[in-house]
Design a protein around this ligand. Structure first.
Ligand SMILES: C[S@@+](CC[C@H](N)C(=O)[O-])C[C@H]1O[C@@H](n2cnc3c(N)ncnc32)[C@H](O)[C@@H]1O
Length: 284
């Protein structure tokens, strides 16, 4: 048991993640099936939907994954080594407050290899970078500038401890893998929620790179094929995606397409932050 186990707050996403679903949770919640076997979330990101489900039912069986290995390492480290991680974050916070600018860029340029150093760097940068997002360039290097925060909450100990506690359940499996792997383990009656990187709504829409490999139109076609196979197996499948013609066309046969209002916090163009719609697509 963690020495930091001081109180129990409801666990929430420990990173701000582009495309995070916290603002859409109540819309998504209305479409979560009342009964299912195992919950699969193959594009886990910050895990807003996972943490929401766990808050409703801590005993739910989950298999969650993401292709971003740094992110998956963060989940595993919070689960297994939260005390060491908190100490490392406390150290980052102390140094940051002495000289935010030079400390931020020094850490951004560093390439640590140890588990705690790598994960504490990811969480530190996520708390202090502009807009709190994760974005890498084609070489896989984190490239977001310093944000303007007077007192960022770099450690957030209570939430890390709560997340660590909930992830220690033997019913939750976390892995780093491509979304297609879900086909080999989801069975009849299981529930799969797909929240892939969104198709751009226009050619000029800004695009977020979560890994050094972009999610292309052909990945989306593959995702539709995987979803159809899951449907044939008897899985309940729910998707989030952008309100784009490509998405609507690909999901035209046998899928229910629902428009929901989105209020994206991460969008470099503030005029685009309001009045947008997103899609929920399901087979049940
Ligand atoms: C829109 S985000 C998910 C956001 C998440 N629902 C949340 O609330 O934070 C998409 C995620 O898909 C991951 N990803 C990108 N390509 C992938 C692939 N081929 N297989 C699995 N995950 C992938 C990215 O690393 C990113 O975390």
């Amino acid at each position: 048991m963690s020495q930091h186990q001081i109180l129990s707050v409801e666990p929430k996403p420990f990173v701000k993640w582009a495309g995070g679903k916290r603002q859409l949770i109540s819309a998504i919640d209305r479409h979560i099936p009342s009964e299912f076997g195992t919950y699969f979330e193959p594009f886990l990101g910050g895990g807003a939907v996972l943490f929401h489900l766990l808050s409703k039912n801590p005993a739910v069986k989950c298999k969650v994954s993401d292709l971003n290995s740094d992110l998956v390492l963060a989940y595993v480290t919070i689960r297994d080594k939260v005390d060491e991680l908190i100490s490392a974050l406390e150290n980052h916070a102390k140094n940051y407050h002495k000289n935010p600018d030079s400390y931020y860029y020094g850490i951004r340029e560093s390439e640590p290899t140890g588990q705690i150093a790598k994960v504490s760097r990811l969480l530190f940068l996520n708390r202090t970078c502009f807009n709190g997002l994760y974005r890498v360039n084609s070489k896989g290097k984190f490239n977001v500038p310093l944000g303007r925060y007077s007192n960022p909450n770099i450690v957030n100990e209570e939430n890390l401890v709560a997340v660590s506690h909930v992830l220690q359940s033997k019913r939750i499996q976390i892995s780093c893998r491509d979304f297609t792997a879900v086909l080999s383990d989801a069975k009849k009656g299981d529930f799969v929620y797909f929240d892939p990187p969104y198709q751009p709504v226009s050619d000029t829409a800004n695009f977020t790179s979560y890994t050094n490999r972009d999610f292309t139109y052909s990945d989306l076609e593959k995702l539709v094929k995987v979803s159809e196979k899951l449907s044939d197996k008897g899985c309940k499948v729910l998707h989030s995606n952008s309100n784009s013609k490509e998405v609507k066309d690909l999901f035209s046969k046998g899928w229910k397409v629902i428009e929901v209002a989105a209020n994206r916090a991460i969008n470099s163009d503030s005029a685009k932050r309001t009045g947008q719609k997103e899609l929920l697509i399901k087979n049940y």
